[in-house]
Design a protein around this ligand. Sequence first.
Ligand code: HSE
Length: 322
Amino acid sequence: MSEWIRVFAPASVANVGPGFDVLGFAVSRPGDIVEVRKRRTPGVVITDIRYIRKQDIGKLPQNPKKNTAGVAARNVLTTLQERGVVDDQSGVEIKLRKSMPLGSGLGSSGASAVGAAWAVNLLFGGTMAKHDPDLILACVKAEATLSGFHADNVAPSMLGGFVLIRSYEPLDIIPLDAPENMVSVVVNPEYKVSTRMARAALPSHAPLKEVVVPHYANVAGLIAGILKKDLLLLGRSIDDKIVEPVRAPLIPGFYDVKDAALSHGAFGCSISGSGPSVFAITDSLERGEVIGRAMAKAFEKHSLQSKTYVSHVNREGAKRVD
Ligand code: HSE
């Protein structure tokens, strides 16, 4: 039997406030580990899934057609076959080590897809570059089987740093360097929000002058903040006039958690992905710990225990580990 290849794929904060479906960044922790090895029969099998949270055990389908890791692995395998890198008899076995909860807003399913896609690519010689649109698309399509067609989790998880998805057709992915001192605080309450439902709650239209104009001004401010390495500008541009107001009621205590973050010095705060995790931005790990404690305490007042991740932006994205 061939050797196992293990890949770590980081969690991500998608949307980053106003950048619904177009902005995301990777965090240093948590992340998933995906292990793959070649098998002698064609196709993809998932032989083991380990979970970090007791209540998640058994919740992910082991059927590779219904699991984002399995779908992404199959998509990459198909591309490699089309490119003549592997023959049609090649197969892959996958083991998945979840180290983040499901339905958390941390890009959990996206990280599994990315880990599997990158691992399968490495397993067969690493011929695809990380920014290869087919590699990212393999993950986006996997994510779409679960929650919707969006790249703002998988692209940062694969590439690291901040990523702007300027266009989906064709896919135009712009990696951006995160400011060196940017620290993210992500607080994940013990509560579940389904991305599919959180997407279904969104409005199809918004008034131009009152909502759309300030909204795109904030997206532009965010990008300017990233490029100018101005964390205060980045933070105050985390002002979402469209998605946050609709999704906030899905997260018990959201506005109290946000108030706690901002009153303890966070530069900006909003929902991470489709929630229920809430993220905040600051400029030091020490301040991040203080903000994280205040946010967790605010969740507690709403009877929710939570887990806090304070970390620098992950700049490497998916990577092979021993
Ligand atoms: N952009 C996606 C959404 C991210 O908000 O639905 C899901 O984590």
